[in-house]
Design a protein around this ligand. Structure first.
Ligand SMILES: C[S@@+](CC[C@H](N)C(=O)[O-])C[C@H]1O[C@@H](n2cnc3c(N)ncnc32)[C@H](O)[C@@H]1O
Length: 207
């Protein structure tokens, strides 16, 4: 009979994820994303879609933070690390309906869209549009393919576990299904290794 989840193993594997991310320069990527794109003001309500172990929480000021993920393993790590600094909720982003939540000022999805096919991505974007105030914004970042990345960057990006890599315009096209204003930018300089990121700033949500 399967025993109860091994909490220690769960926390160790979330730590391995965060350590690997740090080695690749993900902390800097998150810092730039927050400072240049999300620009959160203290007191804002921020929704983190696919929050994983909650690594971005450390980069945010005193916001009202809600992280959502379907992995209990990551949520357990996030709750342990950020006790009292937000809520971490288990849910599937494709079916997310936050009816009991006040509308959010901002949402972020870091490294999530490239794990979702077009139908699933559209469902997540619909959830985000629904959860935001009409003045709210969604910021996403994902590995980009087909945006003049170097051969080494392309090789590294293709090692990612996400099966739905797109160009910056590919991600933007998906977001335009739910947001009237979408600005896509491509960055080749964010990681510690050759890489290419697509960042979207989405405003004017259509719930
Ligand atoms: C690459 S990780 C990024 C985690 C985190 N945003 C970060 O910055 O480290 C992608 C996350 O999306 C979550 N995820 C993927 N598909 C999901 C879904 N359908 N519902 C909820 N979470 C999902 C995974 O569990 C994982 O934590």
């Amino acid at each position: 009979m399967p025993g109860p989840p091994d909490a220690r193993r769960v926390l160790v594997s979330a730590r391995v994820y965060s350590a690997l991310q740090r080695a690749l320069g993900a902390a800097r990527v998150r810092r730039v994303l927050v400072a240049e794109h999300l620009r959160p003001a203290p007191g804002e309500r921020v929704l983190d879609l696919g929050c994983g172990p909650g690594d971005v929480r450390a980069e945010l000021p005193a916001v009202e933070y809600v992280g959502v993920d379907h992995s209990e393993r990551y949520l357990a790590a996030a709750r342990a690390r950020h006790a009292g600094r937000g809520r971490f909720v288990r849910a599937d982003l494709r079916l997310l309906r936050l009816e009991d939540e006040e509308p959010f000022d901002a949402a972020i999805a870091i490294g999530v869209l490239h794990h979702l096919d077009d139908g699933e991505g559209a469902a997540m974007l619909a959830s985000a549009a629904h959860a935001l105030k009409s003045s709210g914004r969604l910021i996403t970042i994902d590995p980009a393919l087909g945006d003049r990345e170097s051969p080494l960057a392309r090789w590294l990006i293709l090692r990612d576990r996400g099966r739905h890599l797109r160009s910056s315009e590919g991600y933007a096209g998906l977001a335009r299904g739910r947001f009237d204003h979408v600005v896509a930018s491509t960055r080749h300089d964010l990681a510690r290794v050759p890489y290419c990121h697509a960042i979207l700033e989405c405003t004017e949500p259509r719930p």
